[in-house]
Design a protein around this ligand. Structure first.
Ligand SMILES: Nc1ncnc2c1ncn2[C@@H]1O[C@H](COP(=O)(O)OP(=O)(O)OP(=O)(O)O)[C@@H](O)[C@H]1O
Ligand SMILES: [Mg+2]
Length: 256
């Protein structure tokens, strides 16, 4: 493995073990992928891991908008080969490192999704966990992060259409040799028929997340409203993902 590097001076990014690269996906728009990526990252960070969120929703990057961050160097510029990844990392007030797009459309056309792999490899040398947020649909820019991740988490709402898209997305993850960790269902209310959702999804269910307007706030709900059910759901999801990743690393170690 390549030697770990420091992307920015003065920061200790030493990883406790080999990194975990997790992609958050799901073909249906607005299911809660980005909010999930940000909150899982915050929850993972709060238990001591170094984490970076990468906004790979290249067409409509919005992690920076949601977190109200000024990303001077965009992910597009990095993927266009015009900037180093270290220049594109911005830290939120709560300490979360983020790589996202900016307001400018410059470099959008030249941003090559295939370049994500070396970029993520570089980040994985410096962080414990890399979380990739993806866009809607099943285009090449979504398939690349599915294929390169150690694990893919799909986000669905309880709606039939969202579940159908989620199952289709799971098939696509398999086709690109990705590793599906399971599905997380957001926007769950007291009226949600959880048994129907579980039966229909018929894939590993990683968690059920409450419908909560606090999800729309600028600060991640795990920081802003840590006592809420939604924050608790994200913390449990983060714990589950860490456990699955530790199991994977143990199994990889046993194979060597
Ligand atoms: N658990 C939740 N409860 C209530 N609202 C939520 C929840 N999760 C997400 N939302 C809201 O739903 C909207 C869509 O969320 P988000 O942007 O995370 O979805 P997405 O899947 O990333 O969408 P896109 O496909 O456009 O990237 C946002 O307004 C967000 O605040
Ligand atoms: Mg999104």
């Amino acid at each position: 493995m390549a030697a770990r590097i420091l992307l920015r001076s003065g920061r200790n990014y030493s990883a406790v073990s080999e990194a975990s690269v997790l992609t958050i996906g799901g073909a249906k728009g607005g299911a809660g992928k980005t909010v999930t990526a940000i909150n899982v990252a915050s929850a993972v960070r709060s238990v001591g891991y170094s984490v970076v969120v990468v906004d790979a929703d290249l067409g409509t990057t919005n992690v920076a908008d949601i977190l109200e961050l000024d990303c001077e160097t965009s992910i597009h510029k990095v993927l266009a080969g015009e900037a180093d990844i270290g220049e594109a990392i911005v830290t939120t007030e709560t300490g979360l490192d983020v790589v996202s797009g900016g307001d400018s459309l410059e470099y959008l056309i030249d941003a090559d999704p295939a370049e994500l792999r070396p970029v993520i490899d570089t980040l994985a040398d410096s962080y414990d966990v890399v979380i990739i947020d993806t866009g809607t649909g099943l285009s090449h820019e979504v398939l690349v992060p599915f294929g390169l991740a150690d694990g893919v988490v799909l986000v669905s709402t309880p709606k039939n259409t969202s579940i159908v898209d989620t199952r289709k997305t799971a098939e696509v993850v398999e086709k690109v040799d990705g590793t599906l960790l399971g599905v997380v269902v957001t926007r769950v209310t007291d009226d949600t028929d959880v048994d129907r959702v579980r039966d229909q999804i018929d894939l590993d269910l990683l968690g059920l997340l409450s419908d909560d307007p606090q999800a729309c706030k600028t600060e991640p709900v795990v920081m802003e409203a840590p006592d809420s059910d939604l924050a608790d759901g994200y913390r449990q999801l983060a714990t589950t993902l860490i456990r699955l990743e530790n199991d994977r690393k143990d199994a990889d170690g046993d194979d060597q």
